[in-house]
Design a protein. Structure first.
Ligand code: SF4
Length: 189
């Protein structure tokens, strides 16, 4: 199978093994609410595109969730366009690039938004619980929380990568798609 292609049926498994916390969180919320607001659809949609999800699969993925909330007719009318747009198939046909950590960290998610960087935008209790669910606890967890306190969000994410993969990540995390591809490299070896 092509290393730079992911398919619809693998998304949940890949999220558990290789998505950074920001993207796991959005997948959880999408599955829970069958909806994501604009900021989330952009951040998560472009990440999935960068991870190798093809346009047809992306449309099927979003339609499966959104149709449970707004119906498939409304999905096709109001949401499908912007997904094709993100893939450069509508409007100016720009091929949009996935967001970097820097861009995600500087976002200002409002009430009901689930985009942004959990290390920056979650409260302490929420973040601890989310990291616990990723299997991070004890000394590693305290080190991560220490980075967060000092506003070193990407370092906190790098430490999470190291704790969950059992290897060091010398380059550091600066992009969610880099997190994903480095994880896949390790897990495929
Ligand atoms: Fe996502 Fe980057 Fe934040 Fe990690 S540091 S959770 S990859 S935005």
């Amino acid at each position: 199978k092509d290393a730079a292609e992911i398919s619809l049926k693998d998304i949940d498994q890949l999220a558990k093994s290789s998505f950074p916390l920001c993207m796991r969180h959005m997948l959880d919320k999408l599955r829970e609410n069958h909806h994501l607001k604009h900021g989330g659809r952009m951040q998560f949609g472009l990440f999935l595109k960068g991870a190798g999800l093809k346009l047809e699969d992306a449309l099927a993925f979003w339609r499966a969730e959104f149709s449970q909330k707004v119906g498939s007719e409304r999905f096709d009318k109001e949401y499908a366009y912007s997904i094709r747009h993100n893939y450069g198939k509508e409007g100016k046909r720009t091929d949009y690039t996935p967001y970097s950590c820097q861009k995600i960290i500087s976002a200002t998610p409002g009430v009901g938004d689930h985009h942004g960087c959990p290390y920056r935008h979650f409260g302490e209790e929420n973040l601890r619980a989310a990291l616990n669910r990723m299997g991070v606890s004890g000394h590693a967890l305290e080190e991560i929380m220490d980075k967060v306190k000092n506003r070193h969000y990407q370092l906190a994410c790098t430490l999470t990568f190291e704790a969950t993969h059992g290897v060091s990540c010398d380059s550091g995390i600066n992009h969610p798609n880099q997190y994903f591809s480095e994880s896949q490299k390790i897990l495929r070896d």
